[in-house]
Structures are given as C-alpha cells and as structure tokens.
Design a protein around this ligand. Structure first.
Ligand SMILES: Nc1ncnc2c1ncn2[C@@H]1O[C@H](COP(=O)(O)OP(=O)(O)OP(=O)(O)O)[C@@H](O)[C@H]1O
Length: 291
C-alpha cells in the first residue's frame, strides 16, 4: 500500500527553487534512505512530508491527507530533527510522563526504549545538562512514544557514535517488523544506512534522481562487504569466525549482514572505529549523479 505520494512537488524559497517537480511514492512498512549531497533538498522534502512547511505547487498526500492541513497526521507521524528541541528545564522523566499522558501510551514501553538506548541512567537529568548525542537519543524516544505509523527522521544519527547509531537502527528495524512502521531517514551518504534500508530516494540539486528498492539499485555483493576498523583485531576475528574475513593491519574486510556483524562485535565489547564501503558509496553517488 502506498502511504506517501508526491506528484510534481515543488518548493521555492523566494526566487530559489529548492525542489523541482518531484514525483514518487513510498510504500507502507518500507525504510527509505533519503540521500544526496549538502543542499540537495533532503530536509526541505522531509519538512513538507511532515507538514512543517508547505509546498509551493504540486501534490503531496501522506496517508491520504495533505500534511500541511491535516489535523490527524500529527498524531500518526513523528518527526525527528537533526537539531532536537526539548524543554531545557524539564527532566527526561517529566517529559516522558507528559508525552505518555498526551498520547495515552505506555510508560513502561517508554522505559524499555530508554533501556534499549542505554539512557536509563539519565532519567532524572534535565535536558539542558545532557550531551548533544544523548539529547538526540532522547528526542528519538519521545518521537516513538506515540507509536507513530510513519517516522520522518532528518539525520537522526548525525551526533551519535557507532554503538548508539546501531542501537537506533535496531529500534527502527524492530518497529518496522512489529508494527509495519514506515520510516524515512535522511543522510549524507552512509553505507550503514543503506544496509538497513529497503528503499532509496536519491536527490541532487532538488531533482529526484532515483526512487526504488535498494536491491534493484545496488548489487547484492556491495551491500554485504564492509571494511571495519576495530581496537582488537584478534578478538574480532574470533568473534566473527562464522563470517568470511580478510585482515589487513587493524582493518577487517567482512562479508555478511552489517547489523549482525556489528551486533556481534558490540556484544563482545570490541570497539569499532569506523565502517566503510567505498564501492557502495560510489555506486549510489553514480546513480544520483553526485561526486
Ligand atoms: N528557509 C529557507 N530559505 C531559503 N533557502 C532555503 C531555506 N531552507 C532551505 N533552503 C535552501 O534550499 C536548498 C535545500 O536545502 P535543504 O536543507 O533541504 O538541503 P539538504 O539536502 O537537507 O542539505 P544538508 O544535507 O546540508 O542538510 C539549499 O540550497 C538551502 O540553502
């Protein structure tokens, strides 16, 4: 089922046209990576879908409604912004209680989410005393408390380290599996994001360059080969013995499902410094005519 549909969608800021007649559709239960270079129009598109700004012309329907006018969508759609705004003088616990009350959802589910993102320690802290990354994770939790049917996330993991990023991806994957939630995530090119996404929407200079399934756009072998630098190569090789690995210095070339690889390493306390897949980067950049 199509949950988001755009036809000839255009956005102008004064004389500047940021989106040029985009037409695409997003299927229910998909995870769509919205990728493109700086200034491509990713945030503008996500803001229109979320009803935060209005389009200049064209059509956009989200769950059959115009997001700019709908009173129903704000209860069904959650937005995660790259610069979280949360009331600085409230504690996380205060905000959770208020949000749970407002959306008639479960306090214990919210606490489980806090545990999954390793935030329980901060529950009595005021927002103003949290680090940027922790604030970002708190915003993600608040956006999930209302059990949204659609999540629109603009660079949600920009301030997070690798462990936290994968905690967030895990939550998104679980939500999709359990509730068939539709998720849109924007990012500068990030192989790890594409590895967890089902669909890809590539924009460059306000023009839609690609919209479709990841598996149709990218060769399967590129989605399953990663270069990973860790703090303890010997232990990592032993932990990942069920995967195909090549070692070069402190870098591992591992073939397999990225979520599984990373979760094995994290479980064993192995520190990951970076994950790369430059062929995947190049393949996506080539498709959307960037770089
Ligand atoms: N309120 C605004 N007024 C004028 N121009 C704007 C406004 N918002 C965005 N733009 C312009 O529209 C273009 C698209 O911006 P947008 O933030 O959507 O890009 P982006 O792909 O999200 O970029 P980044 O990855 O750097 O966040 C840019 O050229 C930006 O300068």
């Amino acid at each position: 089922m199509i949950v988001i549909e755009a036809r000839n969608l255009t956005k102008r800021f004064g004389d500047f046209e940021a989106l040029h007649g985009l037409s695409f559709s997003i299927e229910e239960g998909s995870i769509t990576a919205i990728v493109g270079p700086n200034g491509a129009g990713k945030s503008t598109l996500l803001r229109i879908i979320s009803g935060l700004i209005n389009r200049t012309s064209g059509k956009i329907l989200v769950m059959g409604e115009d997001p700019w006018k709908s009173e129903y969508l704000p209860r069904k759609l959650s937005v995660i912004l790259d610069k979280p705004f949360l009331p600085p003088f409230l504690t996380i616990e205060d905000i959770i209680k208020e949000t749970v009350l407002e959306f008639n959802s479960s306090f214990s589910d919210a606490i489980s989410l806090m545990d999954e993102l390793n935030l329980s320690y901060f529950i009595k802290n005021k927002v103003k005393d949290l680090s940027t990354g922790t604030r970002q994770k708190v915003q993600i939790i608040f956006s999930l408390i209302k059990n949204p049917e659609i999540i629109v996330a603009d660079e949600p993991t920009a301030n997070l380290d690798i462990v936290s990023r994968f905690e967030v991806y895990n939550i998104f994957l679980k939500l999709r599996k359990k509730m068939n939630t539709t998720i849109l995530i924007s990012s500068h090119i990030a192989p790890e994001l594409i590895a967890i996404s089902t669909h890809l929407l590539g924009i460059n200079n306000g023009i839609l360059r690609y919209n479709g399934e990841v598996s149709k756009m990218i060769r399967k072998d590129l989605l399953e080969e990663f270069y990973i630098v860790v703090d303890n190569v010997e232990r990592a090789v032993s932990v990942l013995r069920s995967f195909t690995i090549e070692v070069s210095g402190n870098q591992l070339k591992v073939r397999g499902n990225l979520m599984e690889i990373v979760s094995e390493l994290i479980k064993e306390g192995i520190r990951i410094f970076y994950i790369r897949n430059s062929l995947l980067d190049k393949s996506v950049q080539g498709e959307i005519g960037w770089g």
